[in-house]
Ligand binder design. Structure first.
Ligand code: ADP
Ligand code: MG
Length: 857
């Protein structure tokens, strides 16, 4: 067996495992912290410093009363990230320290925001008893399974990258659901591979020799990344880790996985163990999605097209518009699907067949969605049970999910003419009520009480009849309680004190309470426990005996309940893989129901897909902009787009604000939607499946990210030019804007020519009207323009894409519209005329770029 770090004893509330490669014992850090405190003058700052030292790289949230204080260097970071006021904490005999405070009540949400912004957080809680050690919880974006921190409908994936030669193995896990996978990618393919994984956190176990490609991919992903502390495991460590996680027969289970993938998976598991202190129990076998059966999209493309989130947040994104799923697992599947659309026309048609059927049968659709919406997130419930943080409600979630899945299956099996893939989905769902899953559901139904506490520590969640021992002990509890209660009338009669009561409290337990004035009436059999102003409390040997018997019975009951919980937990995890299959089938059904729902609501139409390299969209609309504009009482102007042999490349010119970017994105989004099996906002669409989708937006347009520099723009453009194939679709929106006109124009033209010769489908928008000359000379390119007529007050846009090239003077019209002084406008007109006549066009055709002309077709 290999070097598998020994376990840290895990307590749910105390995650101090991060730094402990070989922890001597769990309290090691805390003892160190306490030692540090003993030697300094300002205890609180010392404890804080110790917490910080124990969690390097983490923002420390330090609980003081009703606030979490953030101190020192962390304070400005947190204040900026959360928009909190930055103040100072005064210190005696020491300079003030920067500080900001997070109210304990809103801490969960704020921690979630810090994690999703990529920060690691260490939470130093108040000690359970005064003077005790402060529990420290470490949270990183990829390792948290805390429901308060995770978004229900978003995957939360932790990825490890491990290079081997010219390839990179990726292993990834969503710890909250246990869904695990691996991928192999070439160095060039790292970007799309990572975008497909969509990690919340990336750890590099081993960099490739030339690290540039992976570095760019990781950085453009936008998730926090770091070198993996445990590094790259050798063959023996890999085998050891995999055997521990998947059992001695791991080699059978993981057949077909390449060595780098296995090493990455082992590194991932080792990391999880060292940070969380445990490995997930009953891990789901990793899936290995064959790369190449999905469209490659990288992070900048997803961002540029605003697929998952937009500049204005998640609301303006494609996902928000098309997401009509009713389960969290369905939403997560849709999110993942959008980052990895399908490429096989057959597979797409299978999904489209389901969507078409559900569009046409609103009752079936509504019925399925109704049943699914009552389905709890059993994947996450199992995730918590597997990580030791689950409780009785998670067991109930599994039970209810299995029941709802059976109900959804019945709707489909009771429907006539369901297409084959839907019938198959129904069969997978029906498994929820059969075999091991069915037994589990029945067992849980019998075992669990009606009202359930969140934690198994509390007890009271096991139903009567589940365990004879427990029922017996509970009867004891009842009879002891009754015996204690029976003492009251007896003692009252014996002493003649009518107001005598038998009570219990946390401080002194069971006792006899009488008004202070009547205490004397109690004889010597009564032992004084406590004298208060108005009451006096006594006990008797008899009461003490009964009370301790009751306590013992209660404790036994609690132990039995906890054991029953462990047993049920194991029973659930024993069929975890089967539960996951049911959940995945339900998520897949939710996905197609949601797509059908969106199609019906927006009146989208079914696309056709084929193996060709054409693209023909009639009256396409932008899925996000159209409803947005209509919400404002405006209408969206549809536009077609036909790319084929003679017009593989469209050069789109037009003034600012004429609708270029909208049109480009709508074409890309329609293709993307079609390839996830969605209906599309177009009258008709015929699409030759796209193997890679690229979209880049010129630097100055990408204000939202706030980070796009010309260098980034060029890096990204380089990636496209190097990776696009004749089956790809490339959208370049004003590339070359980030530099001087001459550079920009030269780069734009060279890039356009390269793409043209490569033969991929390309939409190229530019404000360099000079490029039209170059495009005209290319056999497979045509010039298109945003139609704009000159109105009395300047350019009037009708957002129509028409053949030809845009005039150049609209910029001046817009300037006039904006109210530039007439003298400035006249001067600008003069300069424009001068530049136009003297400009040396790159192509040298000598045509006047101001003149509007139709070209290309
Ligand atoms: P450009 O990229 O040419 O500067 P944009 O695509 O950013 O222009 O569009 C500018 C604005 O024009 C959009 O915000 C939208 O309000 C409007 N717009 C764009 N396309 C259309 C359309 N097809 N129909 C109606 N309005 C449109
Ligand atoms: Mg634009």
């Amino acid at each position: 067996m290999a070097s598998w770090p020994s376990f840290v004893v895990w307590r749910p509330a105390m995650a101090y495992g991060l730094l402990l490669a070989r922890p001597p014992e769990p309290h090691y850090l805390l003892r160190k912290m306490n030692a540090a405190i003993a030697s300094g003058p300002s205890p609180m700052m010392q404890v804080h410093a110790a917490a910080r030292a124990a969690a390097p790289g983490h923002l420390v949230l330090y609980r003081v009363g009703e606030f979490y204080e953030v101190l020192g260097d962390d304070a400005p970071v947190v204040s900026r990230a959360l928009g909190l006021q930055l103040t100072r904490r005064r210190q005696k005999d020491a300079p003030d320290v920067p500080m900001c405070g997070i109210p304990a009540g809103s801490a969960d949400g704020m921690v979630a925001r810090l994690l999703s912004a990529g920060h690691k957080v260490a939470i130093s809680e108040q000690p359970p008893e005064p003077g005790g050690v402060r529990p420290l919880r470490l949270l990183t974006p990829g390792t948290t399974v805390d429901d308060a921190v995770l978004a229900a409908g978003r995957p939360n994936t932790l990825a490890v990258a491990l290079a081997a030669g010219q390839a990179v193995g990726f292993a990834f896990i969503d710890l909250s659901t246990g869904e695990t996978g691996t991928l192999m990618a070439s160095l060039d393919g790292c970007g799309p591979a990572l975008a497909r994984i969509g990690p919340a956190e990336v750890l590099i176990a081993c960099w490739p020799e030339s690290s540039e490609a992976l570095a760019v991919a990781v950085r453009s992903q936008g998730a926090p990344f770091a070198d993996l502390p445990v590094g790259s495991p050798d063959a023996a460590a890999t085998a050891g880790a995999l055997a521990t996680a998947y059992g001695e027969r791991w080699q059978d289970l993981l057949q077909g996985f390449s060595p780098p993938e296995l090493a990455a998976l082992a590194a991932l598991l080792l990391h999880i163990q060292s940070t969380t202190g445990r490995l997930p129990e009953a891990p789901l076998p990793p899936r290995r999605p064959p790369f190449g059966d999905t469209m490659e999209i990288d992070a900048p493309t997803l961002r540029g097209l605003e697929v998952l989130s937009s500049a204005s947040g998640p609301e303006g994104a494609l996902l928000a518009v098309i997401d009509r799923t009713v389960t969290a697992a369905g939403a997560r599947l849709l999110t993942r699907q959008l980052a990895a659309p399908l490429t096989s026309p057959e597979t797409i048609h299978r999904r489209l067949a389901m969507v078409r059927f559900l569009v046409g049968t609103p009752k079936v659709r509504a019925g399925c969605r109704e049943e699914l919406s009552g389905m709890p997130d059993a994947l996450r419930a199992c995730g918590r049970l597997a990580m030791g943080s689950g409780g009785p409600r998670d067991l109930a979630a599994v039970r209810d999910a299995l029941r709802q899945a059976t109900a959804a299956a019945m709707i489909l099996t009771g429907t006539l003419d369901t297409p084959a893939p839907l019938a198959a989905a129904a069969r997978e769902l029906a498994a929820a009520g059969q075999g091991a899953c069915g037994d589990l559901a029945t067992g849980l139904t019998r075992a669990l009480a009606l009202v359930l506490p969140a934690s198994a520590e509390v007890g009271g969640f096991i139903a009567e009849g589940h365990s004879r021992d427990l029922d017996e002990v509970r009867r004891e509890v009842t009879s002891h309680t009754a015996a204690i209660e029976a003492l009251q009338p007896r003692y009252s009669a014996e002493t003649g004190v009518k107001a005598l009561r038998i009570r219990a409290n946390n401080a002194i337990g069971w006792h006899i309470e009488v008004p202070a004035g009547q205490a004397a009436a109690l004889g010597s059999a009564f032992v004084l426990r406590q004298g208060l102003a108005s009451t006096t409390r006594f006990t008797t040997p008899e009461l003490d005996l009964l009370a301790s018997a009751l306590e013992a019975a209660r404790e036994r009951a609690l132990r039995l309940e906890r054991a029953a919980f462990e047993d049920l937990r194991h029973r659930a995890l024993a069929v975890r893989a089967a539960i996951a299959r049911v959940c995945h089938a339900a998520a897949a059904l939710d996905l197609v129901c949601g797509l059908a729902q969106a199609a019906a609501e927006y009146l989208w139409s079914e696309p056709e897909l084929d193996e060709g390299t054409g693209l023909d969209i009639e009256d396409g609309r932008h899925p996000v902009a159209e409803p947005l504009l209509e919400g404002q009482g405006r209408t969206f102007e549809p536009n077609g787009c036909r790319l084929d042999e003679g017009s593989r490349l469209w050069l789109l010119t037009g003034p600012n604000m004429a609708g270029k970017s909208t049109f480009l994105r709508q074409v890309a989004l329609i293709v993307l939607m079609a390839q996830i099996g969605s209906f599309v906002p177009a009258r008709r669409a015929r699409i030759g499946v796209v193997d890679k989708l690229f979209s880049r937006i010129g630097a100055s347009d990408d204000l939202a990210a706030g980070r796009s520099t010309f260098m980034v723009e060029m890096l990204e453009t380089a990636a496209i030019l190097n990776q696009a194939t004749p089956r790809s679709l490339v959208i370049l929106d004003e590339v070359g804007r980030g530099t001087s006109t001459h550079d920009g124009l030269a780069i734009a033209q060279a890039a356009m020519e390269h793409l043209h010769d490569l033969g991929c489908r390309t939409l190229f928008s530019t404000h360099y009207h000079e490029l039209a000359d170059a495009a005209e000379a290319m056999p497979h390119a045509i010039c298109m323009a945003m139609d704009a007529s000159a109105g009395r007050h300047g350019a009037v846009f009708n957002y129509r894409v028409v053949p030809g090239r845009a005039g150049r003077s609209y910029g001046l019209k817009v300037a006039a519209l904006a109210g530039l002084p007439p003298a400035v406008l006249r001067r600008a007109e003069h300069l424009l005329a001068k530049h136009s006549s003297s400009s040396t066009l790159l192509h040298g055709s000598g045509r006047n770029p101001i003149k509007s002309a139709t070209c290309g077709d």
